[in-house]
Design a protein around this ligand. Structure first.
Ligand SMILES: C[S@@+](CC[C@H](N)C(=O)[O-])C[C@H]1O[C@@H](n2cnc3c(N)ncnc32)[C@H](O)[C@@H]1O
Length: 281
């Protein structure tokens, strides 16, 4: 029950502290979490996270389940999924979808000749695109989406079927290929916090290279102010590279961004940061 959340969070924090102090190994706790989850929590999002059905954490299915606040149909486990959705990280993931929708609104309202060109890197379920296009059915816009997981691409194509003439999906590894139409907005959420610094800079350089003068690159990254971190790492085996705003700015500069063109913003929970880089007109 919600009245129990504080106690559970406190216990998880104590486990996290024990790992950080070297008193326990994360793998020991995970092994225990896997056994418990396998025996008692099948059908919950926690079980789905641990299962890594597609071979990695944070696949399109779990992200879409977070967006839709999916709850197991098993009555005795519903409360556990409610606890999952009430945590800061899933709230931040839902907030970042709203953040993207607002960003699209802002760019859409700017005067331009021809369609607004958007590149979505690691597009996952593309529920954000579906929602925005449902709200803007007549928008003159062209989306290129890149995702390395063919299942994500298939799912996104189904979700966006009514708008498919305005979206091109590319089943590619973004580190190796990006379409290069010249974009007004380049967006990537849920990818950069899986990358080490070198890959972060490499990919950011590529994103800047395909952005039009006057356009903007916006990249999401979880911040260390993530109260769900212990739950994610210890019970979900979901490990991210958390970064503070200074680190994001430093990496943007390494990628060649001009200091005056960089800013960092965040969604209302303050858990997901967004690195904004404007390409000089
Ligand atoms: C956490 S999901 C984020 C999805 C979407 N951006 C969102 O916020 O709803 C991460 C996605 O990144 C994709 N991905 C991971 N590495 C990738 C890469 N190197 N190139 C392209 N896509 C990648 C995965 O397949 C997955 O669909």
């Amino acid at each position: 029950m919600p009245t129990d959340y504080a106690l559970v969070n406190q216990k998880l924090r104590a486990l996290g502290d024990a790992v950080r102090a070297g008193l326990l190994q994360r793998q020991e706790i995970l092994a225990y979490a896997r056994d418990l989850t396998g025996r008692h929590f099948q059908g919950t999002l926690q079980a789905q996270a641990l299962e890594r059905k597609y071979g990695y954490s944070g696949d399109f299915e779990i992200i879409d389940a977070i967006y839709q606040q999916q709850i197991t149909h098993k009555p005795d486990l519903r409360l556990w999924d409610l606890y999952f959705h009430a945590q800061a990280a899933p709230i931040a993931v839902r907030n970042r979808k709203s953040y993207f929708l607002r960003l699209l609104d802002q760019h859409h309202s700017m005067p331009r000749k021809g369609p607004m060109q958007v590149l979505d890197v690691a597009s996952g379920p593309a529920r954000d695109l579906r929602e925005w296009l449902l709200d803007h059915p007549a928008a003159d816009v062209r989306f290129d989406c890149v995702d390395a997981d063919v299942h994500a691409i298939e799912h996104a194509r189904r979700l966006c079927a009514p708008f498919i003439e305005r979206i091109e999906f590319h089943h590619r590894n973004a580190m190796r290929f990006l379409p290069s139409r010249g974009y007004d907005l380049v967006w990537s959420a849920g990818l950069f916090d899986y990358l080490m610094d070198r890959s972060f800079v490499f990919l950011l350089k590529s994103l800047l290279a395909v952005t039009r003068p006057g356009g903007e690159v916006v990249v999401g990254n979880f911040s260390p102010f993530n109260p769900s971190r212990d739950y994610m790492e210890l019970l979900g085996d979901w490990v991210l590279t958390h970064r503070v705003d200074k680190q994001l700015i430093e990496l943007a500069r390494e990628a060649g961004a001009a200091p005056g063109a960089i800013s960092v913003q965040w969604e209302p929970a303050g858990v997901n940061l967004f690195l904004h880089i404007r390409r000089q007109a």
